[in-house]
Design a binder for this molecule. Structure first.
Ligand code: SF4
Length: 396
C-alpha cells in the first residue's frame, strides 16, 4: 500500500482529480521539457465533461502558461477514465507525449514517467492483515503506521494548519460564492448561529461549510481524501482543536489512523468520484473521520474498524452529480451532513461494539464499494449528466 501522506495533499480547489492532479502532471512535464514553443493538453472522461466547472483548464494554463492549448474531448465512454494527454512541441515538431491518468485525491499515473505516486510503503493492503499483524506484534494502529511511515506526523502537522486556516477563512467570509447558481456563502451564518445556540453539531457543519466553500472558490485546502470532500476532516480537526480541547499531537495521530482506512479504500476500491461515484469521496471522508474520532475517544482496534466500516456502509451507492460541473451542489451540503454522520458512526461503534460481534468487516465493505462503484453508470460519476445536474439543466 502507498503512503498515507498522499491522502492529505495541499492544493487549489475545487477538485483534487481535476486541479491538483493536472497541476502536478503539467508541472512535471514542464520540469522535463522547459523552453518548448507550445504545449497541447487533451482532456478525456470526467476531466473533459466537468473540467470547465472544476477549473481544469485554468490550472493547466497557470502551470504551462499562454503557450498551452487545452482541448476538451466531450465523449462519454462506457468506462470513463480521467485521462489527460500532454504534448510538447518545438516549432511543428512533437518533442514528447505523456499519457496521464488522474486516480483521485491528486494522485497520478504517467505511462512515460515515474511520478513516485505508486511507491509502496506498507507491506499490507487489507485491514484484516494489518489487524492480525498488529495483534501478533502487540502494536497499536498508530505504532503500525509510524513503523512504515515514520515522518507522517510531521507532515500532518502542516496539514492540520492548512485545514484550520481554510476553516478560519471560510467562517469569516460572506457574499456570493457563484453567480451562475446564485449561491451565497453560508459558513459564517451557520457559525454565528452555532455560537449563539452553543450547538456543537451546528458548529461542526459550519466548519465543514467553511472549508468546502473555500474549496469551491478555488482557494488552498487539504484533501482528506479529496478536495470535494475536504470539509469533513477539516471540520473534525478544527472542532477537536478549538472546541474539544484535544492536543494537536492527539489529532495528528487520529488523522493518521483515519488516513490508514482511506488508504485501504484507495488501494482496493477508489477515492475518485469519477471512478466510483460520491461514495468514494464523501463515503471515504466519513470512514476516515469516524475512525479518527473513535481513535481520539480511546476506541480499540476493533471499535475503530467498526466506525470506519459504518462510515462507508451507509454511503454505498452514493452518486456524483455536481450541478453545472461545479463543486457546490450537492457537494458542500454533503460535507456538512457527512461530518455529523462521522460522529454518529463513531458513537454507534463505541456503544454497539460491546453488545454484539461485528458482522461486516472493513475489508468486506470496501469490496462491496468497489463492486457498487463498477455498477454505477457513467452519468453518475462526475460527468454532470445525471441526477441533480440533469434536473438543473432541464430548468435552464
Ligand atoms: S458529488 Fe461528491 S464526488 Fe461528486 S464532485 Fe461533489 S463531492 Fe465530489
Amino acid at each position: 500500500m502507498q503512503a498515507i501522506k498522499d491522502i492529505f495533499r495541499i492544493g487549489k480547489g475545487p477538485s483534487s482529480s481535476h486541479t491538483i492532479a493536472p497541476y502536478r502532471a503539467c508541472d512535471l512535464f514542464l520540469k522535463n521539457h522547459k523552453d518548448l514553443d507550445h504545449y497541447k493538453v487533451e482532456l478525456y472522461g470526467s476531466l473533459a465533461l466537468t473540467g470547465k466547472g472544476h477549473k481544469t483548464d485554468a490550472i493547466i494554463k497557470e502551470v504551462l502558461g499562454a503557450k498551452a492549448d487545452v482541448h476538451f474531448c466531450l465523449k462519454l465512454d462506457e468506462e470513463p477514465r480521467n485521462i489527460m494527454i500532454i504534448k510538447g512541441y518545438q516549432g511543428e515538431k512533437l518533442i514528447d507525449t505523456w499519457h496521464v491518468e488522474s486516480l483521485g485525491g491528486g494522485s497520478i499515473k504517467i505511462n512515460e514517467y515515474d511520478s513516485g505516486d505508486e511507491r509502496e510503503y506498507y507491506p499490507h493492503d487489507h485491514f484484516d492483515d494489518i489487524k492480525a499483524y498488529c495483534k501478533a506484534n502487540d502494536l497499536l494502529l498508530i505504532d503500525y503506521i509510524l513503523k512504515f511511515e515514520p515522518d507522517i506526523l510531521d507532515y500532518l502537522d502542516h496539514c492540520i494548519d492548512m485545514m484550520c486556516e481554510s476553516v478560519k477563512r471560510g467562517i469569516s467570509k460572506e457574499g456570493l460564492l457563484n453567480d451562475r447558481l446564485g449561491v451565497f456563502r453560508s459558513a459564517k451564518g451557520l457559525f454565528l448561529e452555532g455560537q449563539k445556540s452553543n450547538d456543537p453539531d451546528l458548529l461542526r457543519m459550519a466548519y465543514a461549510y467553511a472549508a468546502s466553500e473555500e474549496n469551491a472558490d478555488g482557494d488552498i485546502v487539504c484533501t482528506a481524501p479529496t478536495l470535494g470532500s475536504c470539509g469533513v476532516a477539516a471540520s473534525f480537526v478544527y472542532s477537536s482543536l478549538y472546541d474539544g480541547g484535544y492536543s494537536k499531537d492527539m489529532i495528528k495521530k487520529a488523522l493518521a489512523v483515519g488516513g490508514l482506512f482511506a488508504n485501504i479504500i484507495k488501494k482496493n476500491a477508489s477515492i475518485s468520484g469519477a471512478l466510483g461515484g460520491c461514495q468514494a469521496e464523501i463515503g471515504t471522508a466519513c470512514a476516515l473521520t469516524a475512525s479518527a474520532i473513535t481513535y481520539l475517544e480511546g476506541g480499540d482496534i476493533d471499535t475503530i474498524e467498526y466506525a470506519a466500516e459504518v462510515g462507508i456502509e451507509h454511503h454505498l451507492g452514493l452518486t456524483c452529480d455536481p450541478v453545472y460541473g461545479l463543486v457546490i451542489i450537492p457537494c458542500i451540503e454533503r460535507n456538512a451532513v457527512a461530518i455529523l454522520r462521522s460522529y454518529d458512526a463513531a458513537k454507534l461503534a463505541i456503544n454497539i461494539a460491546r453488545l454484539h460481534n461485528h458482522k461486516v468487516s472493513f475489508d468486506m465493505v470496501v469490496g462491496s464499494m468497489r463492486e457498487t462503484g463498477k455498477m454505477i453508470s457513467p452519468e453518475f460519476k462526475e460527468t454532470s449528466l445525471g441526477g441533480l445536474a440533469l434536473a438543473f439543466k432541464e430548468e435552464d
